[in-house]
Design a binder for this molecule. Structure first.
Ligand SMILES: C[S@@+](CC[C@H](N)C(=O)[O-])C[C@H]1O[C@@H](n2cnc3c(N)ncnc32)[C@H](O)[C@@H]1O
Length: 323
């Protein structure tokens, strides 16, 4: 089946990468001037952002596109057969630096990270991401690596499950859910998404905001099984290293845990430097003085009404310093 992805904050992300400002006419003009540059799309998905960016780039430009998901990579390879400016890399964006250096690319003009899952991943029940569609309980972006959620839930302790659901789902019933999962697996192992969603629904009260009771737990398990927060902080750090002076980093995050990591790294405030002095923190945990946030954009009502997935999106634009 052909599942589609509608890119979120498309105009804003592409205009920012091209340093065009946010004026709509710059984006929609048909006969715009072409720019030259090397860009990274760290989260290709179905290539919505890459495709738009390419329409502004000249023939000698390049976009290196990354994705963990083999289906997204197949899609990217098909696109690259028609457009040799696209270079496809099946890897996590946390490896941006190594992958680029290996290809003799030493700096880039812009990096885009449109985080989380794509609509095709959620809409295809067989990927095991959705609590609304039945399918194998997998949730790996790259099903050829690591272990599935079903495998992990068959071996994890109550404490480990509680910690993941609490830390990555901010779910206050995490302990109750973890106990129920372990009690249930002792009778019968979890194999499907609906199986797990029903087990969670049975032990916690219905959410007042109409959200499915398994929403937070599924988010947590997905983040954990894909190592998403580690990838994000390593990915941003290595993207910053690869940016040229004045280069642009654009991130689109969909929940507060992601956004907090991005914000902490890119909103370094020289005047607050002293508050970190003496704390037992490693350099990597501190905001980077090499980059500054220059813009934060939220989707408007019109975008949210056309694409409800955009509801929780936060786009941040940061620029690498010139010195
Ligand atoms: C929100 S979608 C991107 C959609 C894309 N911008 C578009 O317009 O089609 C996120 C994509 O990033 C991929 N992804 C998530 N984490 C990743 C990581 N650490 N490295 C590489 N790809 C990742 C997912 O597999 C998914 O395809």
């Amino acid at each position: 089946m052909n599942f589609e992805h509608r890119p979120v904050l498309l105009k804003e992300a592409v205009n920012s990468l091209l340093k065009k400002g946010q004026k709509t006419h710059l984006f929609s003009s048909g006969d715009h001037e072409l720019t030259n540059g090397i860009f990274i799309d760290g989260t290709f998905g179905r290539g919505g952002h890459s495709k738009k960016l390419l329409s502004f780039l000249d023939h000698s430009s390049k976009i290196f596109v990354f994705d963990k998901d083999p289906e997204a990579i197949d899609f990217a390879r098909k696109m690259s057969e028609k457009d040799n400016r696209i270079k496809v890399i099946h890897s996590s964006f946390s490896n941006i630096k190594d992958e680029l250096l290996r290809r003799n690319i030493f700096c880039v003009d812009g990096v885009l990270l449109d985080l989380g899952v794509s609509s095709p991943q959620l809409d295809d029940g067989n990927r095991g991401f959705s609590f609304l569609k039945n399918g194998p309980l997998d949730m790996r972006m790259d099903p050829t690596k690591g272990i599935s959620v079903a495998e992990w839930l068959s071996i994890a302790s109550v404490d480990e499950i509680r910690e993941v659901i609490l830390n990555y789902g901010e779910e206050r019933f995490a302990f109750k859910i973890a106990k129920a999962i372990v009690a249930r697996r002792e009778k019968k192992a979890f194999t499907t998404t609906l199986d797990l969603a029903e087990c969670i629904s049975c032990v916690i009260p219905k959410k007042k905001n109409g959200k499915h009771p398994a929403t937070r737990s599924f988010q947590a398990l997905r983040i954990y099984i894909n190592n998403e927060l580690f990838d994000l902080s390593k990915g941003i750090t290595s993207a910053i290293e690869m940016l040229k002076p004045g280069g642009i980093l654009v991130t689109i995050s969909f929940h507060s845990l992601e956004d907090r990591i991005v914000k902490n790294i890119i909103t370094f405030d020289e005047s607050k430097k002293s508050i970190y002095a003496g704390l037992p923190l490693l350099q990597k945990d501190l905001p980077s003085p090499k980059i500054r946030q220059i813009l934060k954009i939220l989707p408007d009502e019109s975008e949210i009404s056309k694409n409800p997935r955009a509801r929780s999106a936060v786009l941040r634009v940061a620029q690498k310093s010139f010195n």
